[in-house]
Write a protein of this length. Structure first.
Length: 159
């Protein structure tokens, strides 16, 4: 493996590029074998070995599951849902809340992270986790309240 790293270093040097060792990471895809794999080094600096890394906005893990990526998406969407709820409490209309959702939240859930490329690889639980975020947004936008008896509300008695 070190010969590949050395040939990469020579190629980078020939093309007037520098390998940034502080940004370089090593990941071993699949399970580790019983024999330990030596760490990569570039000019006597050890490259950090990680189990997950981010590449072009997609979080990849060594076990090739999408759990880390789904968790990253959920962590980015949760604060945005909080802002959506605060906007709803401030009295914005459903149309304005929908606009906020479409411009701020939905791109994180669907477009920005290559959903079409990896969605088929999600487990049912991961898919439900992402869908629950969209349902939460829907409840906030349309001000749907659970555990409320609508027959007791005077607004609905006139309908």
């Amino acid at each position: 493996m070190t010969q590949y790293v050395e040939s990469l270093r020579i190629w980078a040097q020939t093309n007037k590029m520098i390998i940034n060792r502080s940004k370089s990471k090593e990941v071993i895809l699949g399970s580790l074998t019983k024999q330990p794999i030596p760490c990569l080094t570039v000019q006597s600096d050890v490259i950090e070995r990680v189990t997950t890394f981010k590449l072009l906005g997609v979080t990849l893990s060594n076990d090739l599951s999408w759990e880390a990526h789904v968790n990253t998406i959920c962590a980015k969407v949760d604060p945005r849902l909080y802002y959506l709820k605060q906007l709803g409490c401030a009295g914005l209309s459903s149309d304005d809340l929908l606009h906020f959702y479409l411009k701020i939240i939905r791109p994180v859930l669907e477009y920005r992270y290559g959903c079409a490329a990896w969605h088929h690889g999600l487990t049912v639980a991961q898919s439900q986790k992402l869908e629950s975020l969209q349902k939460r947004a829907l409840r906030i936008i349309h001000q749907i309240v659970y555990n409320i008896k609508y027959k007791n509300l005077s607004v609905y008695k006139t309908v």
